[in-house]
Unconditional design. Structure first.
Length: 147
């Protein structure tokens, strides 16, 4: 049976997950880091990567990896100490923006939220339409929609 994304739904929930959120903020705030491999650690003395950019991931760098090992894989890796207050500031703005899509938003973490889209059926053309709108408004994020 084919999935009809425009068919009416009785219940629809979307999970929004901002991909590489901290690393993307570091690249945005430090324009010379744009499209460069960035690894965010927990503070200036942090030795474990808490997230990294897509460019760093292309070298095999990943969350949970030691910074020393990551630098062996990616010699040009930029170390960015985490800035939790900055991430929270931008997260708040994004979460407030999600309310424009539906008033039923449940913030799960600094970079994840659940949207109950069940009452918004008349506003959108279906799951595909909503997913496209979210990605257009909020950039690089993963959108999972369950009906």
């Amino acid at each position: 049976m084919a999935f009809d994304s425009s068919a009416p739904w009785s219940r629809m929930i979307a999970l929004i997950d901002m991909d590489c959120f901290f690393a993307q903020i570091e690249q945005m705030d430090n324009r010379n880091w744009f499209k460069k491999p960035v690894a965010v650690t927990n503070g200036t003395q942090g030795t474990t990567i808490i997230t990294c950019s897509y460019e760093a991931r292309a070298f095999g760098v990943h969350t949970g990896m030691r910074l020393k090992q990551a630098r062996q894989l990616c010699p040009g890796l930029i170390h960015a100490p985490s800035r939790p207050y900055r991430y929270a500031e931008l997260s708040t703005r994004i979460m407030e923006g999600l309310i424009d899509i539906t008033p039923d938003v449940e913030v799960f973490s600094v970079d994840e939220a659940f949207l109950d889209l069940s009452r918004c059926q008349s506003l959108y053309q279906g799951a595909t339409d909503i997913g496209y709108l979210i990605k257009k408004e909020f950039g690089k994020c993963l959108v999972y929609i369950v009906r």
